[in-house]
Write a protein that binds this ligand. Sequence first.
Ligand code: ZN
Ligand code: ZN
Length: 248
Amino acid sequence: MNYSHWIKKTILNKQQLKKASHNSQSIQKKKINKEQLLSIRDLYKQQKWQQLITVSKRNRGLFQEYDQIRVQGRDINVGEAVLINSGDNHEDDYIGIIKQIVSIMVPRTNKYICLCNIQWYMRKSEVIKNHPKSNEWVSEQELFKTKHQEYILAQTIINKCNIITCNEYVELNEIESTIYFNRLSWDSEKQKFRGYEILQKFCLCRQPLNPDRKYIQCDSCKEWYHLECVGIIEEKIGNNNYFCQICQ
Ligand SMILES: [Zn+2]
Ligand SMILES: [Zn+2]
């Protein structure tokens, strides 16, 4: 996953550089102020959020932290999951949990930059690029927790969403498109799942549960099987007991 997909890279132009060097010739007190002013603006233009926060924290009154943010009339708290605009060329929105909400005042303006620190979650479409076989057991609504955290502009947040456990997800009667579940982590460095070994496996194919697929339970051993794996057509399932190949 390209986490920084929607960040446009801006190149500092020569005029800006000239301006910066000109300002360094003025008197000491003024020089410090102007440099801070310039660096905050430049960091904003270059979208270097982490550095912007470091600089603004050094200046009293520029940096502020919040518990809540309002997006399209809905309050979203720190700790809640959100959908994030992934840019025009990307189909799916990005998903993450808000870890921190901050605002930075741009000196000598009334402008505030609002940033959120996001812990990223990966979607199925991202993990199956590295693990095509996982396509069979990973649900469309499944997310994988990553250790990757990053600041984003608050205005790229689209909406709130929910990340629940796999057990909670299976118990739902109605599934909304903004409800996701998480049971595993994704190790971005090793490009593999963390915790896969301890997941319960089902069926002849010995795969973890995929809530998107249809299963039939053997009335003897109580094991669950994919309909396709035991050659059963859904329409032909009656009220008769089902006994698997092993129990027959
Ligand atoms: Zn199977
Ligand atoms: Zn059986």
